[in-house]
Design a protein around this ligand. Structure first.
Ligand code: HEM
Length: 470
C-alpha cells in the first residue's frame, strides 16, 4: 500500500514538473495549434489505436479538421509538429541538414548499423547518396539490371502453383534482385538462408524494443546477416582485379579512391536491403490487389502488356523501350503509391527555432511531414480515397512536384525511385501476361505498424492462356 502511494506521489510530481517545464519553455513562442495530450504519453495511444483501424488517416483527419494543416501533438515521448501541407513538407525536405536533421531512435540505429546511409549526415551523406543514385540510375538499369530483373522475376513466377502468398513471393523477388545488384549473387541456398535471418532483422523495425524477444532476435539476426555479407566482401577484396570486373555496387565500393572498410560496406548494404525490400514488395502486392478489385483497370493493363508480348517471342526479355511504352502501367503504379503510401511521411528534428507559416517550431522538436495526408486530400486529388489510375493520364504538369512525394525529396530523395518503378513494371508485365488469378480469401489493407495486407494476399493462380482470353 505504502509503495503504491509512493508511486502515485512520484508520478504526480513528475507530471507536474513536466507540464510546468513544458509551458514555461515555450510561453513566448507561437507554436502551431494542437494538443499535447496527457503528461509523458501525450497522444501516443490515440495515434496507435487510430492506425489499427481500417481508415488510412484517422489521426491526421481528426486533427486537421480541428487545428488546420499544421498542428502540434505529443507522440512517442516527444512534442511533434505534424504537417499535411505540401509547401511545409517541401520546406522540411529541402532544408534537410540545414534546419532539420534526420534522427532515428537508438533501437533503429542499432539495427541499421552506424555506417548506414540512412544515418549519415553532411558531406559523407551527400557523397554516399550520389554514389547510390549512380548505381540505380536509368543507364545502369537499362544496360545492366533490367535483364537480371526480367530473368529473376520470370524464374520466381515459374515456381507459382495453386495457392501462393503474393506478398511472400514479391519479397523473395525484391531480395534476390537486391542481392544481384549489390554483389552479383544469384538466388540459391545461400541467399535463402540469408533471407531467413534478414526477415528476423526486418521484424525488429516494427516492434517496440523494450523487453521484446522479437527485437533481441532481430539484433542477433543482424549480426548473422553482417557476418555473411562481410564474408563476401572479404572474398571479393581478395579477388582484387577479378572481382572489380563485376558490374555491381560492391565493385564500385571496393574500387573507390578513398576506400571503404568492410564494416562500412556491410552497413551500407544492410541499409539498401532494408530500404528497398518492404517498400517495393508491398507496392507490388497492392498493385495486383487494386487491379483485382478494378476489372476495368486490369483489362487495360492486360491489353497494354499483351500488345508488348505479341511483338516478341515468349522467352525474350523486356527491353528498355518496352518499359518506356508502359504508359497505363505507370498510372497504376502512381495510383498504388498514392493510395498505399508505404512511407506515410518522414520524421525530422528541428536544429534551431524555425519560423514557418506564422508559427515557430522550437529547436529540438520533432516534425512529421505527412505524405499520406497530402496524397489523400480531396483538395489535391479528386475523390482522393478512390483508386483511379486514369487520373494520371495526361496529368503531366497538373500535379505540382511537392504534392505527390511517395519517394520523398531534397537531399534524401529515395535513390531507388527509378529502380523500384522498373521492378514494379516488369513484375506487373509477367503477372498479367503469364498467370490468371483470383483471391484465395478475403484480405484487407491495414496501416499498423506498417501498410500491408493482413493475410499476405493469398491468391489461387494458374497459367494464363492468352490466345484463349483474346
Ligand atoms: C516503392 C518503393 C519505394 C518507396 C515508396 C521508397 C520511398 C522512400 C522514401 C520516401 C525515402 C525518403 C526517406 C527520408 O527522407 O527519410 C526513401 C529513402 C531511401 N530509399 Fe527508397 N523507396 C522505395 C524503394 C527503394 C529501393 C528499391 C531502394 C534501393 C536502392 C531504396 C533505397 C533507399 C535509400 C537507401 C534511402 C535513404 C536515402 C537517404 O537517407 O539518403 N528505396 N525511400
Amino acid at each position: 500500500m505504502e509503495t503504491l502511494a509512493y508511486f502515485l506521489l512520484s508520478f504526480c510530481l513528475s507530471a507536474f514538473i513536466y507540464v510546468f517545464y513544458r509551458r514555461s519553455r515555450y510561453r513566448g513562442l507561437r507554436i502551431p495549434p494542437g494538443s499535447l495530450g496527457l503528461p509523458l504519453i501525450g497522444e501516443t495511444l490515440q495515434l496507435i489505436s487510430a492506425y489499427k483501424s481500417e481508415n488510412p488517416e484517422p489521426f491526421m483527419d481528426e486533427r486537421i479538421k480541428r487545428f488546420g494543416l499544421v498542428f502540434t501533438s505529443h507522440v512517442l515521448g516527444e512534442p511533434t509538429v505534424f504537417s499535411a501541407d505540401p509547401e511545409t513538407n517541401r520546406f522540411i525536405l529541402q532544408n534537410e541538414g540545414r534546419l532539420f536533421d534526420c534522427d532515428y531512435p537508438s533501437s533503429i540505429s542499432n539495427l541499421l548499423g552506424k555506417h548506414s546511409l540512412l544515418l549519415m549526415k553532411g558531406a559523407l551523406h551527400k557523397r554516399m547518396h550520389s554514389l547510390t543514385m549512380s548505381f540505380a540510375n536509368y543507364s545502369i538499369i537499362k544496360d545492366h539490371l533490367l535483364v537480371h530483373m526480367d530473368r529473376l522475376i520470370r524464374f520466381n513466377l515459374n515456381s507459382w502453383s495453386d495457392r501462393v502468398f503474393l506478398l511472400d513471393e514479391a519479397k523473395k523477388i525484391t531480395f534476390d534482385l537486391t542481392m544481384k545488384q549489390l554483389m552479383s549473387v544469384d538466388p540459391g541456398e545461400w541467399t535463402e538462408s540469408l533471407r531467413k535471418e534478414y526477415i528476423l532483422l526486418i521484424d525488429g523495425f516494427f516492434t517496440v524494443p523494450f523487453f521484446s524477444t522479437t527485437y533481441r532476435r532481430a539484433i542477433k539476426a543482424r549480426t548473422k546477416v553482417a557476418e555473411a555479407l562481410g564474408l563476401v566482401v572479404r572474398e571479393r577484396r581478395k579477388e582484387g582485379e577479378v572481382g572489380m570486373g563485376k558490374k555491381d555496387m560492391l565493385a564500385a565500393l571496393l574500387g573507390a579512391e578513398d576506400g571503404f572498410s568492410d564494416d562500412q560496406i556491410v552497413d551500407f548494404f544492410v541499409a539498401l536491403l532494408v530500404a528497398g525490400y518492404e517498400t517495393t514488395s508491398i507496392i507490388m502486392t497492392l498493385a495486383v490487389k487494386f487491379l483485382t478489385e478494378n476489372p476495368l483497370a486490369l483489362a487495360q493493363v492486360k491489353e497494354e502488356h499483351d500488345q508488348i508480348r505479341l511483338k516478341k517471342g515468349e522467352s525474350e526479355a523486356i527491353e528498355w523501350s518496352e518499359y518506356k511504352s508502359m504508359h497505363f502501367t505507370q498510372c497504376v503504379i502512381n495510383e498504388t503509391l498514392r493510395m498505399a503510401n508505404i512511407i506515410g511521411g518522414i520524421f525530422r528534428r528541428a536544429m534551431t527555432d524555425i519560423n514557418i507559416k506564422g508559427y515557430t517550431i522550437p529547436k529540438g522538436w520533432k516534425v512529421f511531414a505527412s505524405f499520406r495526408a497530402v496524397h489523400l486530400d480531396n483538395d489535391h486529388f479528386k475523390d482522393a480515397r478512390t483508386f483511379n489510375p486514369w487520373r494520371w493520364q495526361n496529368s503531366s504538369g497538373t500535379c505540382p512536384p511537392n504534392v505527390f512525394t511517395p519517394f520523398g525529396g531534397g537531399p534524401r530523395l529515395c535513390p531507388g525511385y527509378e529502380l523500384a518503378r522498373v521492378e514494379l513494371s516488369v513484375f506487373i508485365h509477367y503477372v498479367v501476361t503469364h498467370v490468371s488469378w483470383v483471391p484465395a480469401e478475403k484480405d484487407k489493407l491495414i496501416y499498423f505498424p506498417t501498410t500491408r495486407t493482413l493475410k499476405r494476399y493469398p491468391i489461387i493462380v494458374c497459367p494464363r492462356n492468352r490466345a484463349q482470353d483474346n
